[in-house]
Design a protein. Structure first.
Length: 591
């Protein structure tokens, strides 16, 4: 439980929930403790034993078998019979002869007329536990999501660049073969015409410019309408149904903003910001300006109706089979709103997950996760040196963040083309893909990544030249990095160690350009070495620590090319050369 029980921790279906507590009392009585747990909607509590692990620390746990909000608590009591037996044994060991009074006490506890020493020490004599002086802690809550909230490979595309919904539907088998679990669409709603942006974010749209999908709303409708250029709601339903059969979630963008042509501006003018002169205030994120977008006013006097309308938008798409939402800029909206909305939605359908697109301060990012977001974008895109990556991953894993914060490492987005990719060529893309896919249980790429798109709008910009946000492209699943992405997705599914975040150990390489780390889960051990330098060969050693518990000599297999090698605890020579091999993904072979 987080922040003095203000927020629940998170787990996924089938997880074992480990519970630790300090259990103690006055005197020397023998204590017992259990974890009591209750699934969502159940009135009955299950019980799991806790065991002492030294110095008043106790440990127990239970398995979560249903989605939703669980409750658990700890109950402890004095075991009077065991306490009496403990005292009796001490006196016997001390050589005390007259134990008649002690045996009379035991007889009362056992509800018998008399008791011999042999009977007192016989386990079959023990009476039913009476849980004397029972004490129960305040119930705690736990959110249990489906596995996709923790583990998955995301692929982002603009449907208009693939022939609309019908064209995307044709690509679904190929996306499934490539191993992608989630197909994420930017907004699919009608696009406003007033102040529509042109190519490369120009203020004047030319004839035929499609506009930005984030300028939501037009004469065809608002957040529950479909852009007719993409198809119909029936086309969308067929796409979602086909994706589900192939094991793919369709994720929609939930952006709380409206074009000047959105129906809500006429129907609910009180929901929008106005300046003192009465003009509407368009959205800004300096130096970016969004003249084609108006934000809603969460301080509106009619805020309750606004909240309900936004909830109804999400539930509308849930009703059409959408189980995942990527939320645009949630950090600019009130935290209580998200806490309420997410709880409202998952009460209707606990399969729904929410991805927070919040590149902001750590305290705010973490609070959004605590408030209910299933997973979150991170600073990964901007962490490219060894020092940055090690510090970043340690912050994520060596804290209480894994209890509530599930990262999603997108290697690029329509808004973010990092300088590392702009200048590093294919080796830079390979390095970032391997890092994203093996460091984080959830990762994603935006289409164009696999084709090595790396031209910025101008020097120093992270925006793409000829950005797809403002124009239609002709996309195909033919990028040269797709075989690597497919193999990494296959490796991820086959190795449980890559399904988790906080099982990470960094390995010394004696080279600032070589990053090495180990992930372990049970008997599954994966060792990854990446050359962070996209320009030059780098060599060094991977110093496997004895603390990992591996044999002095062991076999590994490079899962990228299926080559076996012999490795040792201690120093192992490594050389990685751009254009030939940018990374190794080694699995320790077990007999």
């Amino acid at each position: 439980m987080l922040d003095c029980r203000r927020y629940p921790a998170k787990r996924t279906l089938g997880d074992r929930v480990d519970v630790w507590a300090d259990v103690f009392g006055d005197g020397h009585d023998v204590l017992r403790a259990i974890v009591r747990h209750r699934s969502p909607g159940s009135r009955r509590w299950g019980e799991s034993p806790m065991e002492p692990i030294g110095n008043d620390h106790w440990h127990g746990g239970f398995e979560v078998t249903e989605l939703g909000r669980w409750q658990f608590t700890i109950t402890a009591w004095v075991d009077r019979w065991a306490s009496w037996q403990w005292e009796l044994r001490r006196k016997l060991e001390a050589g005390q002869k007259d134990l008649s009074s002690e045996l009379l006490e035991g007889a009362v506890l056992a509800a018998v007329s008399d008791l011999t020493v042999d009977e007192a020490l016989d386990p079959s004599t023990a009476p039913k536990q009476d849980r004397h002086e029972e004490t129960t802690s305040t119930p705690l809550e736990l959110i249990v999501d489906r596995e996709r909230a923790r583990f998955g490979s995301w692929y982002e595309l603009f449907p208009r660049s693939w022939g609309g919904f019908e064209g995307v539907t044709e690509q679904l088998p190929r996306l499934a073969d490539l191993g992608f679990d989630v197909l994420y669409f930017p907004p699919i709603h009608p696009i406003g015409r007033t102040h529509r942006k042109g190519r490369n974010n120009t203020l004047q749209a030319a004839e035929g410019d499609p506009g930005s999908p984030w300028a939501i709303g037009g004469r065809e409708g608002g957040h529950t309408a479909i852009n007719p250029e993409l198809g119909t709601i029936e086309d969308f339903d067929r796409l979602v149904a086909r994706a589900r059969k192939l094991g793919i979630d369709v994720a929609l963008d939930f952006a709380i903003q409206c074009s000047p042509d959105h129906p809500w501006l006429d129907e609910h003018p009180e929901w929008f910001h106005r300046r003192p002169d009465g003009t509407l205030k368009y959205a800004e994120n300096p130096p970016k300006r969004y003249q084609d977008i108006y934000n809603v006013n969460f301080e509106s006097e009619d805020w309750e109706s606004l909240w309900q309308a936004l909830r109804d938008v999400v539930l509308f798409w849930v009703g059409h089979g959408v189980k995942a939402f990527r939320v645009d800029n949630p950090h600019t909206k009130p935290i209580p709103f998200w806490e309420w909305l997410i709880r409202e939605v998952v009460t209707v359908d606990p399969d729904v997950i929410f991805l927070s697109e919040a590149f902001t301060r750590p305290a705010l990012m973490s609070t959004l996760a605590k408030a209910g977001f299933s997973q979150s974008y991170t600073y990964f895109t901007w962490k490219n040196t060894k020092g940055e990556l090690v510090e970043f991953m340690n912050d994520l894993t060596q804290s209480d963040w894994p209890e509530f914060y599930r990262p999603n490492f997108f290697a690029n987005t329509p808004d973010i083309l990092h300088a590392y990719l702009q200048t590093g060529g294919r080796p830079a893309f390979e390095a970032r893909l391997v890092l994203a896919a093996t460091l984080s249980p959830s990762y994603g790429i935006y289409s164009g990544f696999e084709s090595l798109e790396n031209v910025p709008a101008h020097e120093g910009s992270e925006e793409y030249l000829n950005s797809e946000k403002y124009e239609v492209k002709e996309r195909k699943l033919d990028g040269e990095l797709l075989p690597l992405a497919a193999r990494l997705n296959e490796i991820r599914r086959e190795n449980e160690a890559l399904h988790w975040l906080d099982n990470l150990t960094f390995v010394e390489t004696e080279n600032a350009q070589l990053l090495a780390y180990v992930k372990r889960r049970g008997r599954n051990t994966v060792l990854v070495i990446v050359n962070l330098d996209p320009m030059q060969p780098q060599e060094g050693v991977a110093v496997v620590p004895a603390a990992l518990g591996l044999p002095p000599t062991f076999r590994v297999r490079d899962l990228l090319d299926d080559m076996p090698y012999t490795w040792h605890v201690g120093r192992n020579y490594v050389r990685l050369e751009p254009g030939q091999r940018q990374a190794r993904v080694l699995r320790v072979e077990t007999s």
